[in-house]
Design a protein around this ligand. Structure first.
Ligand SMILES: [Zn+2]
Length: 457
């Protein structure tokens, strides 16, 4: 209510003021604008805001001073205020292309992409021949694409961005958004290519350098990830996150020296064996006695999760080609493989430095043979996303079940290929199914066992 009252008041003031400004007043406003700009240039944003509010108290109908106040708020990341100032500037002087465009940028920075779109349209309508018209047209499409990404319409967003790229092939904003959506779609190679194009245009684009490192980390190429992190660190030696970056460089360098597994091999047996020995359920413990909690009273639990768990268990059984089998038992006490649900991230403790959505505790017996016997396995799975605290989607739950069940079947380690379910971090590059390499690795462990039943269940 206050807001609309304020608009009406200023609009009526404007109509009174039309044509009454003297050249002297215009010059004074321009001088004040320049003064505010130089304050902003030297980083004195709060001083500029204070100064501009003072000037506007005396000349409330100055479009240029509202515009400058919008800029000061935008730089202070006070987006709503900035947008209000630009609206006011455009009411007082229409068209006002710079205010129009900055209003669009303020909406985007505020994460309100849909609100930015009419501002972009207005700018293009009023300035069809502007030198930056192509770039703005591309930015308009980026706003569309970002809104689509928020609705999880990533494939549509990718198509929108490809159109934007045709309009403005060297636009950093377009290339960055395209790389992001490709990552979301699991196309890490495509994302890397888009970041490469972007870094051709701007070799110092710091977010691109960091995301490039993340792409290589996701695809298991840790030394390449390290080299991009080093580029970022040398370009931004005083960045606020620089200590964290140096820690990551160290951790990834250490991890890469432990990495034994070739991500392109037919299986990853070398990554999951312990001094050449595998973990496995001994033949006399088959079929495995399984008990799965009903999840009563667990926050975020849905009955679909239990179904996903059995889908995942059946997938591993199938990968064993009849050599593995399970039976359901009625109580936890009778079971050798148990699964429980929890809504508390603290009760799913990280194993080593890998923080997972679940945990699989294995109890083993080493009889000095060529494999280590699994005695029992207890799985605990988190029903909510560790980062966002939102309930897990059925797809993410299926991935988690597949992954933890993989550990429980004896895969005591992680793949370095991000398309495997046993990859070492939750990733959107794998599907909620077993990869060929996952199946081949499980089968390799149990291949000498007698088939208990036909592989077709
Ligand atoms: Zn794991």
């Amino acid at each position: 209510m206050l807001f609309s009252a304020c608009i009406l008041l200023n609009l009526s003031n404007q109509s009174l003021a039309q044509g009454q400004k003297t050249q002297e007043q215009v010059n004074a406003e321009n001088r004040s604008a320049k003064k505010a700009e130089s304050m902003m240039h030297s980083g004195k944003l709060q001083d500029a805001i204070f100064f501009l509010n003072g000037e506007l108290a005396a000349t409330p109908r100055s479009a240029i001073l509202h515009f400058e106040l919008g800029n000061a708020h935008l730089r202070s990341r006070e987006f709503t205020r900035a947008i209000e100032c630009y609206q006011q500037a455009v009411r007082l002087r229409n068209p006002f292309p710079e205010a129009c465009l900055n209003a669009a940028y303020a909406c985007i920075d505020a994460g309100m992409e849909l609100q930015a779109i009419p501002w972009f349209h207005k700018y293009l309508r009023e300035n069809p021949n502007a030198s930056n018209a192509k770039e703005v047209e591309a930015e308009l499409l980026v706003a569309h694409a970002k809104a689509q990404m928020k609705e999880k319409r990533n494939f549509d967003a990718k198509q929108t961005l490809e159109r934007a790229l045709q309009i403005s092939p060297n636009s950093e904003i377009v290339l960055f958004a395209l790389a992001r959506v490709k990552s979301e779609l699991g196309d890490t190679q495509g994302a890397i290519r888009a970041y490469e194009d972007l870094l051709q245009v701007n070799p110092r684009h710091s977010s691109a350098l960091l995301n490039m490192a993340e792409c290589y980390q996701t695809s298991g190429q840790l030394l390449k990830a390290v080299s991009w992190l080093k580029k970022y660190a040398s370009n931004n030696p005083s960045a606020p996150d620089i200590d964290q970056i140096h820690n990551m460089i160290q951790a990834l360098t250490e991890k890469s020296s432990e990495q034994r597994s070739d991500p392109q091999a037919l299986d990853y047996g070398d990554a999951i064996s312990d001094a050449g020995r595998f973990y496995r359920w001994p033949p006399n413990r088959l079929p495995i006695k399984v008990w799965v909690s009903m999840g009563d009273g667990v926050p975020g639990y849905k009955p679909e999760f239990r179904l996903g768990f059995f889908d995942a268990l059946n997938a591993w059984m199938k990968a064993g080609q009849g050599r593995l089998q399970y039976v359901l038992v009625n109580s936890k006490e009778q079971a050798d493989l148990t699964a429980e649900w929890t809504g508390d991230p603290h009760s799913v403790k990280p194993t080593g430095h890998n923080v997972e959505q679940g945990v699989c505790l294995l109890s083993t017996l080493d009889r000095g043979k060529d494999f280590v016997e699994i005695n029992r396995a207890d799985i605990r799975i988190l029903t909510i996303d560790r980062q966002t605290q939102e309930p897990l989607s059925d797809e993410e739950m299926k991935k988690t079940c597949l992954h933890e069940l993989g550990h429980s079947m004896g895969l005591q380690g992680h793949s370095t290929n991000n398309h495997d379910i046993m990859f070492f971090s939750m990733s959107n590059t794998n599907w909620p199914v077993l990869s060929k390499r996952d199946k081949a690795t499980l089968f390799m462990i149990y291949q000498n066992y007698q088939p208990l039943m036909s592989a077709q269940q």
